[in-house]
Design a protein around this ligand. Structure first.
Ligand code: NAD
Length: 396
């Protein structure tokens, strides 16, 4: 099969196995180039490990710190000649590289919200890893089947208390459009908190503790975003922001619990980057393409792997201490939020229209990053070559 990108709105429904592998290798090379991280974790659980920040965390832990890992994700495997999702190919390529480097790489493909996957993870950890000393919680999901009530919660990206009309980017046509983001109902707010809030993170820690596989002194981290005011009505002050407040409250509870064994829990606020999750959020693609323009010009741009290496090396491990903001969060968005960067992005935001967009925004960078998520546009890959999808990266 010749595999070409088939983009449908904010997703690409095809993925190239060897391109995904090249993307993983590129991130491994970046982690290795940053040098070894001392005093790092030995056994890591990454919930949401197949793409974006979770994959980069797993790579930083394995190739920066020499850790063994268990990754949890929800991806479609290759079946009956059908392509797998990018996260499957990423995980297969990561696992092969980690094992070649002498590290254990275990995987569970299934619903992280379920009791069953948590129980299977505990058994696998007991059998293969002993105890876990770092848990990265990096899920981004549109829905959650609640294991206690059986109810399906769907997260929505809406404003709270108002609707909001603003600029956005039509990524298919490269046009500045106007979008109106609706006002969420109380149920939609609750549903979004149920999916993207902190309850499931706490349940993961409960399961590990009850299973006797949580190491004394363990660290756990989850990721969030704050961003500039133009994104606040839909992000920080919207339904997703409410869920992230719940996540931060969970971090405080978990931190108090883990302190008794000298462990810690916290939220890291990461930079806005093109991932499968962020491309679905209105307003964010336009903001990211303007932000990339400014940060690249200033030599400040980082991708997921650079962010995660920085988190591991200068915050969590490497002899450093966590540097918290007033809200008890680590700020990996410090460069994004630098006043000079934000002043320039705010100016570009005002000036961005269909006449100026190509000049003001890093549209090429946005699209290249988006396609890279699915294994397209990588150097050294022959995209005209026939790929045997029955054999390419089928095993985890
Ligand atoms: P992503 O879409 O790249 O990754 C999501 C991961 O969750 C994948 O591994 C996917 O398989 C997994 N997943 C989803 N539903 C699952 C389920 N039911 N069971 C098991 N696994 C499941 O997303 P991302 O952008 O890397 O987001 C990860 C975290 O980082 C989120 O909390 C997000 O809010 C946060 N964050 C993202 C950005 C950004 O700009 N992308 C910025 C700051 C913080």
């Amino acid at each position: 099969m010749i595999i070409r990108p088939k983009v449908r709105g904010f997703v690409c429904v095809t993925a190239h196995p060897f391109g995904c592998a090249a993307h993983v290798k590129r991130q491994i090379a970046a982690a290795e180039a940053a040098g070894p991280i001392k005093d790092g974790p030995k056994s890591v659980l990454v919930v949401g490990s197949s793409t974006g920040y979770g994959l980069a965390s797993r790579i930083a832990a394995t190739f920066g710190c020499g850790a063994d890992s268990l990754g949890i994700f929800f991806e479609r495997p290759p079946e009956n000649g059908r392509l797998a999702t990018a996260g499957w190919y990423n995980s297969a390529a990561f696992s092969e590289a980690a094992r070649q480097a002498g590290r254990k790489a275990l995987n569970l493909n299934g619903d992280a919200f379920s009791d069953e996957i948590k129980a299977r993870a505990v058994e696998l950890i007991k059998a293969e890893l002993g105890k876990i000393d770092l848990i990265v919680y990096s899920l981004a999901s549109p829905r959650r089947n609640h294991p206690k009530t059986g109810q399906t919660h769907r997260s929505v990206l809406k404003c709270i208390g108002q609707s909001y009309t603003t600029k956005s980017l039509d990524t298919d046509k490269n046009l500045v459009t106007e979008v109106t983001i609706g006002d969420a109902t109380p149920t939609e707010i609750e549903d979004t908190i149920a999916v993207m809030g902190g309850e499931d993170w706490e349940w993961w820690i409960d399961a590990l503790e009850e299973g006797g596989v949580l190491a004394d002194g363990a660290t756990t981290v989850a990721y969030s975003y704050i961003g500039p005011e133009v994104t606040w009505p839909v992000y920080r002050h919207g339904t997703i922001g409410r869920a992230k407040e719940d996540l931060e409250a969970a971090a405080r509870r978990l931190d108090a619990r883990l302190k008794s064994t000298y462990g810690r829990a916290f939220v890291s606020i990461n930079k806005a980057l093109v991932t499968q999750a962020s491309s679905a959020i209105p307003v964010v693609p336009l903001y990211i393409s303007l932000l990339y323009k400014v940060m690249k010009a200033k030599g400040l741009h980082e991708g997921c792997i650079e962010q995660m290496v920085r988190l591991f090396k200068t915050q969590m491990y490497g002899g450093s201490a966590l540097d918290f903001d007033d809200g008890g969060r680590v700020r990996l968005d410090d460069l994004e939020m630098r006043p000079d960067v934000q002043a320039e992005v705010a100016d570009l935001w005002l000036r961005a229209n269909n006449d100026t967009l190509r000049e003001l925004a890093d549209l090429d960078g946005y699209h290249a990053d988006f396609l890279t998520l699915f294994g397209f546009g990588l150097d050294g890959i022959d995209y005209e070559a026939d790929v045997d999808v029955e054999s390419a990266l089928v095993d985890l």
